[in-house]
Design a protein around this ligand. Structure first.
Ligand code: IVH
Length: 677
């Protein structure tokens, strides 16, 4: 086997394994390995590719993140235009469509495929010889933007397809942001004073059309493929349903809820069922799409005015209602931000009673011109917190009041400020009880330390009883203390202690996120954990160190530095350390290997000239056997190897009482160690 054959084989095996797990995770939603195991695989692959750049291929899983920035979007001419869909808003309109179809097809029977209509952004993905070569937006239907680099960051889009795939083909689908991702993105934007995305579609489009693919990579985008644009060089199935199964077999993510039906009644039922359960699905659907199954029939039906006659979007009714804005309340968040929210006269919207809505910040309230006492239009979008769309100005009486943020914190009475360039008002008291409690709640929450059985209520009870003042105090709670709380049974107390104990082993990225450093969300925490081995290393990092990490800007860097500068925070970290919470990454496979080598833990310093080995060769042999080669003699030095014409190091070794080796002894040690390998 040649020099390169071995790494090449390993790289290929790693890619295969990673792609398999990517598919389990991103397409099938059923991972088989932990995130940490996955990270290790990626790390190994990255390492090998760094050593052997000639082995890097465009479809390597490593190429999904941190691809070079797109200079500007180029234009992609669509070979076949990307069409839009006609809408039906009622059963009558749906029936009219069905009649038109039946008129063309005469007496021939036809099946229909029903799919959720996803509120995202249409993309066309072209594969040539097994590789994704172009990803484009719909644009005007004929010409779209080339956003290949950005689409490559979406894990559920295959970068390559199996050999069985046609040599050239184009698939089409909808890129979308799941509801939770949309909500989180808008929350972050509200804090930063950026304009909010109106809906998941805009958010997905905004995320995909980024000049820096690093930004796209951090947005939790996903895709559902909904059709084949064209294919060359291979026969493909001749019904839409089978094409979808075929695309699935090629590794594409298709919506698991598509259905093949045989009558208009079934389409109506599908629409009704989905209209009722749309709240429960993790992405936004604004209707269903009904498509004639047979591709031959589709061609016969053709297109009128950019809209195919063979498909229709049957929309869901909007979930809006009107009610009165009784007052505006304020919550104080864990970073001291004053978060306003609308107190509404309860109203039923789409089967759910709404009595409050998110308001984000003062600017948002004024931009919408909302006044206390207004009649307002409220809207629910899935599980996202309801929001106020607009005031109904015509119903004003003149008694409505304009809202202003209070000058004092509603919880502790301290001064409230609005930092330059930020949208949020903040309480200036770092010890504000509301902040402290919110920080503890954040610490135990899912995604952070995930301490089962310790929810908001228990945090509050512990805090109010004076048993915890910060999150680290949780690790010092005793069973007696827990039992002193009202309604705490012996069994639950034991469970709580068990969960707290279990959380000590959370990965560093989680601990970092749990600390609640302003602007450091879970994704940044993950990024920081990739660059620093421990929280201590991060705490010591200078602004310059932090800024050298791609996608960390001055705002985050300064926030991290300010956090670790605060005595209170340093104390919390010390308490966590003493309690046994893991504050550093486990050693990597590489390091573990080193520690099992025969010279592990030994440090050699060479002085003078050796006969049989050059200095670099000697050092390389020491390192290969797990030892370290130092340049200065210190108390940590294990051996000083003394060659011909030694320098002052030999004398120093004697002074410190460090063992010296002559060349023969040194070689013997190396040979013995080599024998132990
Ligand atoms: S089929 C000619 N299927 O809706 C038919 N479109 O309003 C092309 N969309 O541009 C589209 N989910 O971006 C189809 N299951 C689905 C869809 C879907 C969402 C979008 C797509 C299209 C728009 C038309």
């Amino acid at each position: 086997m040649g020099d390169i054959a071995k790494p090449k084989q390993t790289v290929e095996e790693l890619r295969k394994t990673i792609n398999y797990h990517n598919r389990r995770y991103y397409v099938l939603d059923s991972p088989e390995i932990s995130d940490a195991e996955y990270d290790d695989l990626m790390k190994e692959l990255r390492g090998l590719e760094a050593e052997h750049p000639e082995l890097v291929t465009p479809d390597s899983p490593t190429q999904r993140i941190g691809a070079p920035p797109v200079e500007a979007f180029g234009v992609v001419e669509h070979r076949d235009p990307l069409l839009s869909l006609a809408n039906a808003f009622s059963y009558e309109e749906l029936t009219a469509w069905h009649k038109r179809v039946s008129n063309v097809l005469g007496r021939r029977e036809f099946d229909i495929v029903c799919e959720p209509k996803i509120d995202g952004l249409a993309v066309a993905l072209t594969y040539v010889d097994g590789l994704l070569v172009t990803g484009a937006t719909r644009g005007d239907g004929y010409r779209g933007e080339n956003i290949t680099q950005n689409l490559k960051t979406i894990r559920s889009i295959p970068l390559s397809v199996p050999k069985e795939a046609p040599p050239r083909f184009e698939v089409r689908g909808e890129v979308y942001l799941p509801k939770a991702g949309f909500k989180r993105l808008n929350e972050e934007r509200a804090k930063e004073g950026l304009p909010l995305f109106a809906n998941p579609r805009n958010a997905a489009a905004g995320s995909v059309r980024q000049l820096d693919s690093g930004i796209t990579a951090r947005r939790p985008l996903d895709i559902f493929v909904y059709g084949l644009g064209w294919a060359e060089g291979k026969t493909v199935p001749d019904t839409h349903w089978e094409i979808m199964q075929y695309l699935k077999s090629l590794g594409f993510k298709i919506n698991p809820n598509i259905a093949l039906v045989h009558s208009l009644d079934e389409v109506e039922k599908y629409h009704r069922d989905w209209g009722q359960s749309r709240e429960k699905i993790p992405y936004e659907a604004d209707g269903i799409v009904a498509k004639i199954d047979s591709i031959a029939f589709q061609q016969e039906l053709g297109t009128v005015a950019h809209e195919p006659r063979w498909a229709i979007a049957y929309k869901f009714p909007a979930v809006q209602g009107t009610t009165k804005l009784i007052d505006i309340g304020i919550n104080v968040g864990r970073t001291g931000s004053l978060n306003p929210y609308a107190i509404l006269e309860p109203v039923r919207v789409g089967g759910v009673t709404i009595s409050s809505a998110a308001l984000h910040n003062e600017e948002d309230i004024h931009r919408k011109d909302l006044r206390i006492g207004d009649w307002v239009v409220v809207q629910r979008a899935g599980e996202v917190i309801p929001e106020i769309v607009e005031p109904i100005v015509s119903r004003r009486t003149g008694k409505e009041k304009i809202f202003h943020m209070p000058a004092r914190c509603p919880v502790c009475g301290s001064e409230v400020i609005k930092p330059e360039g930020e949208a949020m008002h903040r309480c200036t008291n770092a010890a504000c009880p509301s902040q402290a409690l919110e920080r503890i709640k954040h610490f135990v929450s899912r995604g952070a330390m995930d301490i089962d059985g310790v929810g908001d209520k228990l945090c509050q009870a512990l805090f109010e009883a004076g048993l915890i003042k910060d999150a680290a105090d949780l690790y010092y709670l005793t069973k007696e203390q827990l039992l002193s709380l009202e309604r705490m049974a012996d069994k639950s107390a034991s469970n709580v202690l068990k969960s707290i104990e279990k959380s000590k082993n959370r990965p560093v990225a989680r601990v970092l996120f749990a600390l609640g450093i302003t602007h450091v969300g879970d994704q940044y925490a993950e990024l920081l954990a990739q660059h620093f081995d421990s929280i201590d290393a991060l705490a010591k990092a200078s602004e310059e160190d932090l800024l050298s990490i791609p996608s960390i800007g001055p705002r985050i860097a300064q926030s991290i530095i300010a956090f670790f500068r605060q005595e209170r925070n340093r104390q919390i970290i010390e308490k966590l350390r003493k309690a046994g919470v893991k504050l550093e990454k486990p050693r990597t496979v590489g390091e573990e290997l080193v520690s099992s080598l025969p010279l592990a833990g030994l440090e050699f310093v060479l002085t003078g000239k050796l006969e049989s080995l050059s200095r670099p060769e000697a050092e390389a042999r020491i390192k290969a056997l797990g030892g370290k080669a130092g340049s200065d003699v210190t108390r940590k030095t294990s051996y000083v190897v003394v060659g011909a014409d030694p320098g002052s190091k030999s004398a120093k070794a004697e002074k410190l009482g460090i063992k010296t080796l002559n060349e023969a002894e040194f070689l013997e040690m190396l040979n013995k160690a080599t024998g132990k390998l």
